[in-house]
Design a protein around this ligand. Structure first.
Ligand SMILES: Nc1nc2c(ncn2[C@@H]2O[C@H](COP(=O)(O)OP(=O)(O)O)[C@@H](O)[C@H]2O)c(=O)[nH]1
Ligand SMILES: [Mg+2]
Length: 300
């Protein structure tokens, strides 16, 4: 099941909004500034975001203004322009034993769920996986993570509720080494009520991990909810200022019509999108692929 087939339905609302607008442009004489402005608005409404909508209509202006183009020709221009600011994820290589991945993001973004899905994915690839419960804020958070660890048959390290997240992360890496794990996935808290505190807490996790091994964490992945629009991008920028993010996971692209948010995220942040969450089930995490994504968005 490729991203294309899943995203095709997930993106259908976004796509239809864009196509609906194109029907008003294509085959109706020459492409005019007015048509382009309408399209730009439509793209913004489809959650493509102001920046990406501007880039797309700008490309169209350059290549199509004053010309009579078919819908397919217009879609082709949009598709190739979108491909320019999307990145394919770099190949995943284990950079240590264990390879340590810190997963961060605001509350409810989908961190814990994504970690469960990732653990299953890496286990299926033959890796031994450790999950660390460094969201120690609520006991329920640790229990939720333990359920995912059981489902994905991963090793699991947790401390008591309210304990130091950095200590959990540190211990999990020690245990991962002792148990011969290949990958450590560290779950973290995402409380928004106090952003400074959250950033400090995460910075401490990184600092303490580096005391064990300067290469830790090999990756810091930010999980973002694909439904939250411009807000998401502002959040991502704040996280990216404090932490060198090596990848993004965009969740909840199933169901709703916010599929265009990927374009807006990719055009605003120069961080590769690695994974896309397409549902709550363990197998509903799909590797991002820009070709499949733009096909889903711009192919009828
Ligand atoms: N539909 C859908 N729901 C998701 C997805 N990822 C996570 N969720 C749901 O979003 C909610 C919050 O997820 P959780 O992993 O607890 O977020 P966290 O606070 O960042 O750890 C839960 O109800 C998840 O089942 C996804 O890709 N699609
Ligand atoms: Mg969580």
């Amino acid at each position: 099941m490729g991203l294309f087939s899943v995203i095709k339905s997930g993106l259908s609302k976004t796509r239809n909004a864009i196509l609906g607008e194109l029907k008003g442009i294509a085959g109706k004489g020459k492409v005019s500034d007015e048509m382009l402005e309408d399209l730009e608005e439509r793209l913004i409404k489809a959650d493509v975001g102001t920046e990406a909508a501007f880039l797309l209509t700008d490309a169209l202006r350059e290549q199509a203004l004053g010309k009579s183009l078919s819908q397919d020709e217009i879609l082709d221009i949009l598709r190739s322009e979108a491909e320019l600011f999307l990145m394919d994820p770099p190949p995943f290589v284990l950079k240590g034993k264990p390879h340590v991945i810190l997963v961060i993001g605001v509350n409810g973004a989908g961190k814990t769920t994504t970690i469960g899905k990732l653990a299953k994915h890496y286990k299926d690839q033959g890796h031994k996986v450790m999950i660390a419960a460094a969201d120690t804020f609520r006991a329920a958070a640790m229990e939720q993570l333990e359920v995912w660890a059981n489902r994905s048959e991963a090793e699991f390290v947790h401390h008591a509720e309210g304990s130091d997240p950095a200590a959990v992360a540190f211990d999990a890496c020690v245990a991962a080494k002792a148990r011969g794990c290949d990958i450590v996935l560290i779950d973290t808290a995402g409380r928004l009520q106090n952003k400074d505190y959250l950033m400090e807490e995460l910075a401490k996790v990184v600092r303490v991990l580096k005391k064990q091994d300067a290469a830790y964490p090999h990756d810091i992945w930010l999980v973002i909810d694909g439904n939250t629009g411009q807000n998401t991008i502002n959040q991502a920028k704040i996280f990216n200022q404090s932490f060198p993010l090596t990848g993004l996971v965009v969740t909840k692209l199933d169901g709703t019509a916010r599929g265009g948010s990927i374009l807006s995220i990719a055009s605003s942040l120069k961080i590769p999108i690695l994974w896309v969450g397409m549902g709550e089930r363990i197998d509903q995490l799909v590797p991002f692929n820009k070709g499949e994504y733009v096909d889903g968005l711009f192919k009828e």
